[in-house]
Design a protein around this ligand. Structure first.
Ligand code: UD1
Ligand code: CA
Length: 449
């Protein structure tokens, strides 16, 4: 049976105090909307509908960027969660299967939780995701009768007795798609807030002889984000989980609380991540690699046995083969570095290819940009690039070649050749001593005046 996702993301997010729509603020390098879409992707949905409102254009671009199948519907006025879901009805007319309602600002729902909801659907028409709240505050309350969810009451509309209930509504739910839209169409706004409450579908379902139940999950999963402080707390929660998971996966973290992962970081078993390492999106570190302290990696692939840092920066397109070494204050971008090659000190390697076992001397720079376009540098295998070589791209250096230190290489170097591109040294015997005397005499004269 097919599944559709309806992801609510129309809210303004006033408390974020931001020009950026709330759901586009990032956690671990991805917009919170993308986290919600990732969670929903576990259900292998046939359709993904995002209900956008405030900043709809940006939200829609981000949703499509994440999953090109995302369909966007704009809720012009935010009249409540029921009204928001109703906006998806025209798009999902005729869809047969279940619909799950998720939220762009609730990024941490787990795959297993959605699976449990799907299982509960076997015996109930409507399944609501609830949680036992440590501090139920202003959440909607789930009023249960045994396994049956009788109705949901919003905090503002609840009696004291109802407010004493601690099983709260996460907002996430699932039902047969056609049934959901039938129920939502019947929702009225005669309540304390004058809003169309999605939660009213539970009572409406019972009135039609349908059944509803609740599945409970950990409160941490239902964490919603409304302010920058909550965004920071969500980031911290994500990082704590990612660190625990990495260690469980056999990765050594010397100082776990200082390592920052992206939403998609992959680190292989028996790798070591030293303190203060930051991962941006799209990094894979294979088994047995070591990422030394204070390194920053994004869009990079480190193969087995690689040693990176300390203080290294790997940028998108850094593709490092086995046993590559990248040392301190080295930046690598869009470059393939083959097995066993070393770039150990103070270098910029961009738009380049470096062959096996090549050694790049300290201070080497691939001058990849001419002010208008980028050009490639190709360096063969077993090459020795002397310290402080400027490789003015496009340029290539053949296998087993050398460059003299301090060279500016503008012409291709053939295999096995030594290329030197610098002014010849001139040495004048005794001249330094003479110069010192002249300079000291000058200084003494000016101080006597
Ligand atoms: C809602 C639930 C409440 C639950 C709580 C959990 C209802 C009526 N109440 O309350 O039971 O405990 O979530 O956090 O559903 N949205 C739209 N369009 C709208 C209205 C809302 O897209 O017209 C989106 C918001 O951007 C937000 C989400 O839906 O992401 C929830 O809306 P919000 O107004 O925050 O609902 P709550 O009052 O928190
Ligand atoms: Ca809310």
């Amino acid at each position: 049976m097919d599944t559709a996702l309806v992801i609510l993301a129309a809210g303004m997010g006033t408390r974020m105090n931001s020009d950026l729509p709330k759901v586009l603020h990032e956690i671990a390098g991805a917009p919170m909307l993308a986290h919600a879409m990732r969670a929903g992707a576990a259900l292998d949905p046939a359709r993904i509908v995002v209900v956008a409102g405030h900043g709809a254009q940006q939200v829609s671009a981000a949703a499509r960027d994440w999953d090109e199948r995302a369909e966007i519907v704009v809720q012009e006025e935010q009249l409540g969660t029921g009204h928001a879901v109703a906006q998806a009805a025209p798009l999902l007319k005729g869809f047969s299967g279940d619909a799950f309602v998720l939220y762009g600002d609730t990024p941490f729902i787990r795959e297993e939780t959605l699976e449990r909801m799907r299982e509960a659907r076997a015996s109930h028409d409507v399944v609501i995701l609830g949680f036992h709240a440590a501090d139920p505050g202003r959440y909607g309350r789930l009023l249960m009768q045994g396994e049956t969810l009788e109705r949901i009451v919003e905090y503002v509309d609840a009696t004291d007795e109802e407010r004493a209930v601690t099983l709260c509504n996460s907002g996430v739910l699932c039902a047969d798609s056609a049934t959901l839209f039938d129920l939502v169409a019947a929702v009225k706004n005669d309540n304390a807030k004058g809003e169309y409450y999605l939660t009213d579908i539970v009572a409406l379902a019972h009135a039609r002889g349908l059944s509803a139940t609740a599945v409970a999950c950990d409160e941490a999963e239902t964490m919603g984000i409304n302010s920058r402080a909550e965004l920071a707390a969500a980031e911290a929660a994500f990082q704590a989980r990612a660190r625990t998971q990495a260690m469980a996966d056999g990765v050594t973290l010397t100082a776990p609380e200082t390592v920052h992962f992206a939403f998609d970081t992959v680190v292989g078993r028996d790798s070591v991540i030293e303190p203060n390492v930051v991962f941006g999106p799209d990094v894979t570190v294979e088994s047995g690699a070591r990422i030394r302290a204070f390194s920053h990696l994004e869009g990079a692939h480190v193969s087995r046995g690689g040693v990176i840092g300390p203080y290294a920066r790997l940028r998108p397109g850094a593709e490092l083969a086995e046993d590559v070494r990248i040392g301190n204050f080295v930046e690598v971008k869009a470059a393939r570095i083959d097995r066993g090659a070393k770039v150990n000190h103070l270098s910029y390697i961009g738009d380049a290819e470096i062959g096996e076992d090549t050694n790049i001397g300290a201070g080497t720079i691939t001058c990849n940009y001419d002010g208008v376009s980028k050009h490639r540098t190709r360096i063969g295998a077993r090459v020795f690039i002397g310290s402080d070589t400027m490789l003015v791209a496009p340029v290539s250096v053949g296998d087993d070649a050398m460059t003299g230190s301090g060279s500016v290489i503008t012409d291709d170097v053939e295999p096995g050749a030594l290329a030197i591109g610098r002014a010849r040294q001139v040495t004048k015997p005794g001249l330094a001593r003479k110069l010192f005397e002249i300079l000291r005499a000058k200084k003494a004269k000016s101080q006597a005046r």
